[in-house]
Design a protein around this ligand. Structure first.
Ligand SMILES: O=C(O)[C@H](O)COP(=O)(O)O
Ligand SMILES: [Mn+2]
Ligand SMILES: [Mn+2]
Length: 546
């Protein structure tokens, strides 16, 4: 059991954690949609309430290095668990570096399965070095190892990124990789990119938001349906010509073919590795491969394959059963412990971030802890630059109703706007996204006051804070040849705010800016706010009691 916190008996009303997804504190105002937004509520919060900065990237959230930006998975894991674990990106890199991955049963079965069939391994995954869902170096290591272990054919199904890396960078990855594949395709070994398309157009949907995306991916990778090209480089060039202005993540599908026949359809006896390490956008395509009673779309043909995920994407559902590297074993999360203490918890977001405040928050568990209520607001299925307000109003309605019900001691929500609209690279829409969040806060905060509660307002990582690429050397916004700014779609390395919205303690409570203050400090801070000591495994609280 958690002990009572000796310095403070706890606020009487509810404690609310509000995650403004993708809201970082930028180095420069130029290119910051947050600075450009009119946001009177947030301005007032920063001016009048205790607020500090939290580390939200790199090793502070379990990434391999401080050059790695934060992301929703590692950010919500850290917030919910109150601890930092080595995350998928680091675990896979380590397993490759020391060779443990090749010794595991899963890799051996993938190789043996392929060798017993046509000798083919397919690798499907995000084709970049973004290190959010995948890293192309992991793919490279597996291709080299497959060759060394006598596999004769490798087919890669490349999901073009432009979302965790610059928005039209696909050829920076495809051209050198096709050269590498050509170089090692000797002595009967044949490795080629066989199909692909933009990650937001095929395959990588999440949280059941848009299954037709996954169906398009299945038809592309498995059935070999789609416009044909001689190789992936020509495919990217050809698709860009046909769809001018379309950024990589939104490019349609392509298939590489020879004499009109796709070179990489997936057939009985093949092995398939989905090489993303992050779960949210890997689960649906995995289900299409492994679920016997799959009914989300007509698969037409269901090849019997040896399927492995880079990680296990959902431990509760054992999805998939075969995985190359064990995911971090996240235990003693705040959701679990607050549940054990009998505190009723309410979690809400819209579809695009629903799993973030539930599954990621609870340490990648799809089941609820005791006393938890989850509410999902269905997201629109549209390009979010067309609806930058997204479902901020509806999430706020749900939060206000939950507060007014008086049932919950702890509430949490995620406003997706800054992140989802930030990823479009559309500066104007991103300013409106932040304005929508500000408006939502202006409604939510009075409801917290009415309930006698307090709020911690924070974010999981930056995004809308840098809508232009920064020059690597000068750290100033980079320019295109025509003098315009280069749009940026990825997350940032910036810190995020932590604001304590407290109108109940009479100024007794504050926040301490420490060197180590990071997302993993939030769970202990919440514990103290409800009058409990933190769990011994959680990182230190930032609450100051005067
Ligand atoms: O999956 C995505 O949309 C991006 O790769 C990362 O964004 P998220 O970490 O905020 O979900
Ligand atoms: Mn996020
Ligand atoms: Mn994001």
């Amino acid at each position: 059991m958690l002990q009572k916190f000796s310095a403070f008996a706890g606020v009487q009303g509810p404690v609310v954690v509000i995650v403004m997804d993708g809201y970082g504190i930028p180095e420069h105002t130029a290119g910051s949609a947050i600075d450009a937004a009119r946001k009177p509520t947030l301005d007032r919060l920063f001016a009048r309430y205790p607020n500090i900065r939290l580390r939200a990237h790199g090793t502070a959230v379990g990434m391999p290095s401080d050059d790695d930006m934060g992301n929703s998975e590692v950010g919500h894991n850290a917030i919910g668990a109150g601890q930092v674990y080595a995350q998928g990106a680091a675990l896979v890199a380590d397993a490759i570096a020391d060779g443990a991955i090749w010794q595991g049963a899963a890799w051996k079965e993938v190789v043996a399965g392929a060798r017993a069939g046509r000798g083919v391994i397919h690798f499907i995954g995000l084709f970049s070095d973004g290190n959010v869902h995948s890293h192309i170096d992991h793919l490279k290591a597996m291709v080299v190892q497959a060759r060394a272990e006598g596999v004769n054919t490798v087919r890669i199904h490349a999901l073009l990124d432009g979302r965790d890396v610059p928005e039209t960078s696909a050829l920076d990855y495809v051209v050198p990789f096709e050269a590498f594949l050509a170089e090692i395709s000797t002595g009967g070994f044949d490795a080629r990119i066989a199909s692909g398309g933009g990650r937001q157009y095929i395959t990588m949907d999440r949280y059941d938001a848009n299954w037709p995306m996954v169906e398009r991916g299945w038809r592309t990778h498995v059935l070999g349906e789609g416009p044909q090209f001689a190789n992936a480089t020509e495919a990217v060039e050809g698709l860009r010509e046909k769809h001018p202005g379309t950024i990589d993540q939104d490019l349609p599908e392509f298939v590489v073919a020879e004499g009109g026949r796709p070179i990489g359809t997936i057939e009985d006896g093949d092995s398939v590795v989905f090489y993303n390490f992050r779960g949210d956008r890997a689960i649906e395509i995995t289900r299409a491969f492994v679920d016997d009673d799959f009914d989300k779309f007509d698969r037409v043909r269901t090849p019997r394959v040896t399927y492995a995920g880079m990680l296990q994407y959902d431990g509760d559902l054992q999805l998939p059963r075969r995985f190359l590297v064990a995911p971090p074993a996240i235990t003693d999360t705040s959701g679990e412990w607050f549940g054990r203490m009998g505190l009723a918890q309410f979690a809400c977001s819209e579809t695009q971030k629903f799993g973030h405040v539930t599954y990621f928050w609870n340490g990648n568990r799809s089941g609820r802890f005791d006393g938890e209520t989850w509410q999902e607001v269905p997201s629109d299925v549209v390009p979010f630059e067309q609806r930058p307000w997204m479902k901020a109003a509806e999430i706020t309605d749900a939060m206000i109703a939950a507060l007014q019900s008086g049932r919950y001691r702890l509430l949490r929500c995620n406003y997706a706007n800054g992140d989802m609209v930030g990823h479009t690279g559309n500066f104007r829409a991103a300013t409106m996204a932040i304005e929508a969040v500000d408006l939502a806060l202006s409604r939510l905060l009075p409801a917290i006051d009415a309930a006698g509660g307090v709020a911690l307002i924070t974010a999981d990582h930056g995004n809308a804070d840098e809508m232009f690429e920064l020059d690597k050397k000068t750290r100033q916004p980079a320019l295109n040849k025509d003098g315009s700014f280069k749009a940026k779609t990825a997350h940032t390395l910036n810190p995020v705010p932590l604001i304590l919205y407290d109108n109940v303690s009479g100024g007794r409570l504050g926040l301490e800016q420490t060197e180590a203050a990071g997302l993993s400090s939030i769970a202990a801070t919440v514990a103290n706010l409800v009058g409990l000591e933190k769990h011994p495994k959680w990182d230190d609280s930032l609450l100051v009691v005067k």
